[in-house]
Design a protein around this ligand. Structure first.
Ligand code: HEM
Length: 409
């Protein structure tokens, strides 16, 4: 095979990939389930077995500093991180820590986060009901901007302790950062992404100072209390993990809701089945996550050379696991392109795998299930306005809709 810029061809920057990634990924998986890019220090992994093996390999690093410097996608993120580090200290969140440090910090963050998330059911229900009330009476709306993207930041604010008055800023700042992995972004977009990060870090630095003198019933206070009791986590690590949780929890969950509405609008039999038996929303959300995973790829970085499925890699190569592809691998899922809300078991990889598996999965599931069920209960006649296929956002690493206009009657 001649060398190819696979990292671009198989990314959301390619319009053909956005429209239907599977016309490219299916033949790739059958012919070369693990393949070196040839032009860039990257390997594309499309089979379920190899993808899972990579994500569960504890010898591989998650730290972008272990990526080869000539990877244009990673270089972008590193530039942003370095600018933030100059102002807010070392970039130490569980997203990028490895080994014993990852275990140490994740244990502390997870204990506080999962307890808070489990107690959030009534809050999530209230936030969703408020959004639905605001939409009731309208003939049409954009599911993405007016509904899906309005829920997760409010939920995160309630969990973390961010005042309501800051939520619009936090949402805007987080959304400005979604192009972090886009090497084609303009200088203006790069500036906004950096300003967004500065805004979020500044907000949490202030919140930590306030909660230290006056603790409240929230996640920030929980982490400071754990530290005061002797949990091995420093201020910098708390700050960077607050950033990580906020950023990881907003657009991902919004895209789960948006993708879910689109799929259920296109599959009337599934929608009717859920309305007749609301318990079906649980397997339906798993199938939505499998069918259209909001994070389209994740990566690991080897510190020395090796091979996977006979494909050699070098130290610093980005081992890019396409979650869109692994979730439709026919070796793992029968009739993988069929949307089947009764599919069981459904061991999709939308939340990754191994030590870095998504921390927020229980919260995302709760929000997704409730947001979808309540929307279709409130608007049983919801239908698409446009006949054409919806437009996907051109954001590398993200599988989410740009908009989804619906009519309510
Ligand atoms: C449907 C929504 C979501 C999806 C699809 C998703 C997906 C993912 C994926 C693919 C990873 C990387 C896993 C890996 O590389 O093995 C991840 C990590 C993570 N997610 Fe999520 N996520 C979602 C929602 C959330 C929420 C709501 C939160 C928190 C509020 C969250 C917090 C995190 C954190 C902190 C990590 C890093 C964990 C670590 O590296 O140890 N995510 N997520």
């Amino acid at each position: 095979m001649p060398p190819r810029f696979m990292l671009f061809e198989y990314s959301e920057l390619n319009p053909a990939f956005r429209d239907n990634p599977h016309t490219l990924l299916d033949p790739q998986r059958s012919a070369r389930p693990v393949e070196h890019d040839g032009m860039l220090p990257a390997v594309l992994i499309t089979s379920y077995a190899a993808g899972r093996e990579i994500l569960r390999d504890a010898h591989l690093s998650r730290n972008f500093n272990n990526a080869a410097p000539n990877n244009p996608v990673i270089a972008n993120v590193r530039r942003l991180n370095e600018a933030v580090e100059a102002e807010f200290g070392r970039h130490d969140s569980i997203v990028t820590l490895d080994g014993a440090d990852h275990t140490r910090v994740r244990t502390i963050i997870a204990e506080a986060f999962l307890k808070r998330a489990a107690a959030l059911q009534a809050t999530v229900a209230r936030i969703i009901a408020e959004r639905l009330d605001a939409l009731t009476g309208r003939d049409s709306f954009d599911v993405v901007a007016d509904y899906a993207a309005q829920i997760p930041m409010r939920v995160l604010g309630a969990l973390m302790g961010c005042p309501d008055a800051t939520l619009d800023d936090l949402k805007r700042w987080t959304e400005a950062g979604q192009l972090a992995f886009d090497p084609t972004k303009s200088a203006e977009q790069e500036h906004l992404a950096l300003e967004g990060r500065r805004g979020i870090f500044g907000h949490f630095r202030q919140l930590m100072a306030e909660r230290r003198t006056e603790p409240r019933d929230d996640f920030v206070s929980d982490l400071l209390a754990a530290q005061a009791r002797g949990a091995p986590i420093d201020d910098n690590e708390i700050l960077h993990n607050l950033f990580a949780v906020l950023v990881a929890g907003h657009l991902t969950t919004a895209d789960l809701i948006g993708n879910g509405v689109a799929l259920l609008l296109d599959h009337k039999e599934a929608r009717d089945a859920i309305l007749a038996d609301p318990g079906l929303i649980q397997p339906a959300v798993e199938e939505i996550l499998r069918h259209e995973p909001p994070i389209s790829f994740t990566a690991r970085f080897p510190k020395s050379e090796g091979a996977i499925a006979r494909c050699p890699y070098h130290a610093g190569d980005a081992l890019v696991v396409s979650l869109i592809a692994t979730n439709r691998d026919p070796e793992k899922f029968d009739d993988p392109h069929r949307f089947d809300i009764t599919r069981r078991p459904n061991p999709h990889m939308a939340f990754g795998a191994g030590a870095h598996i998504c921390l927020g999965a229980p919260l995302a599931r709760m929000e997704g299930q409730m947001a979808l069920l309540k929307l279709f209960e409130r608007f049983p006649n919801l239908r698409r306005v446009e006949a054409s296929a919806p437009e996907w956002r051109a954001v590398p690493g993200v599988r989410g809709l740009a908009r989804l206009n619906v009519a309510t009657g």
